[in-house]
Design a protein around this ligand. Structure first.
Ligand code: 5GP
Ligand code: MN
Length: 345
């Protein structure tokens, strides 16, 4: 048995909304990651087993290393087919948003559809500070390391543990695994391992899932990683910090594909002493920033304070609308401000 993290009244309300619905839209966040995709696809499989018609909607395309997931080819990508997504929104009687805390994290177009929809909305998420006026039920528990784990907990508490099939279990496992870096951070809760035991009993092959997600790099991606580590990694030993920056030019040089920079931000954390790592990726209209830390250093404060973003204590993201050089300067200016925290963390 695992403890009842989700409040009973939320379970009852969510269950009633789901039982009463016929057609459900499941929405995840921009640049969907393993947890966003795992949680949304797990819900999709579950809803079908209880005879609901579910459509998973992603704001933009999902990474190739998750394309093996059963059912993902039935999902809709808003950027690629807005008309189809709008048609789904016109038909559904329930919207479930997973792995993000406020509509704008689904991108402006989808956020507008969510905000304008009269249908009830359920949130299943683990980010801090969920928006308050959007959700009929907000299943928001930042202490839980993945939204996929929350989906498992919700389904079980609804009394449907038996309806978690192998495909659903694979999706849940993928989300739990990727949001904890393969159970290397945020993963000391013993219940995580109880849940994994249950998922293995459902028939998943956890070793195979690890292999499918992490051991499918292209040679270009591997070379890009080597190039960045050898030539682009700046280490700031006096601040226990590191920075890597990837320009558009370099992306062309390495035949960059969506998802190729996933996880690169974690690499400098393998250096002894480094507890704060930042990765900047130049896009045509902005610079996308990933921030990671070890211990108590709050990268979400840095992301929201300086880079128009947010996230978790140890994993956050944001954006900059300045040039690459200016953005690097902002980062380097931040370091002295946080020196005490960086040195003691
Ligand atoms: P990543 O570095 O993998 O893109 O993002 C790590 C985490 O930071 C995400 O799971 C999400 O919680 C958060 N995050 C990423 N980008 C943004 C952003 O632009 N705004 C906010 N509020 N959070 C973000
Ligand atoms: Mn997540």
């Amino acid at each position: 048995m695992i403890s009842k993290i989700i409040a009973e009244d939320k379970i009852v309300k969510a269950k009633n909304l789901i039982y009463d619905a016929e057609k459900v839209a499941i929405v995840a966040h921009l640049s969907p990651d393993g947890d966003a995709i795992g949680a949304s696809m797990a819900l999709y499989h579950f809803l079908y087993t209880i005879d609901k018609e579910a459509t998973v909607i992603y704001p933009d395309s999902y990474p190739v290393f998750l394309s093996w997931m059963q059912g993902i080819n039935k999902s809709l990508v808003y950027d690629e087919n807005q008309a189809a997504v709008e048609a789904v929104f016109n038909e559904v009687d329930l919207i479930i948003c997973v792995d993000f805390n406020e509509p704008k994290r689904a991108g402006s177009g989808l956020a507008e559809l969510i905000n304008n929809s009269k249908q009830d909305k359920i949130l299943i998420d683990h980010h801090l500070n969920p928006s308050t006026d959007t959700w009929k039920v907000a299943i928001s528990y930042p202490q839980i390391s993945s939204s996929s784990e929350l989906v498992f907990r919700l389904i079980c508490r609804m009394g449907h543990a038996a309806e978690i099939n192998k495909f659903c279990a694979e999706c849940i496992y993928t989300g739990m695994m990727t949001d904890t870096g393969g159970f290397t951070f945020n993963s000391n809760n013993t219940e995580v391992y109880y849940i994994i035991g249950e998922l293995i009993r459902k028939g998943i092959n956890k070793d195979e899932i690890y292999h499918r997600v992490y051991n499918t790099y292209t040679a270009d991606r591997m070379r890009l990683m080597g190039y960045l580590l050898a030539n682009k990694m700046r280490v700031y030993p006096e601040y226990n910090a590191a920075l890597m920056v990837l320009s558009i030019e370099e992306q062309k040089q390495f035949n960059f594909q969506k998802g190729d920079s996933e996880g690169l931000v974690n690499l400098p954390l393998s250096i002894e002493g480094v507890i704060f790592s930042v990765f900047m990726k130049e896009d045509t209209d902005k610079i996308k920033i990933s921030l990671r830390s070890q211990g108590t250093f709050p990268v979400n404060q840095v992301a929201s304070g300086y880079f128009n973003g947010g996230g978790h204590l140890n994993a956050s993201g944001g954006e900059s609308y300045h040039s690459l050089e200016e953005t690097i300067k902002i980062f380097e200016d931040i370091l002295p401000t946080y020196k005490e925290l960086l040195i003691q963390a």
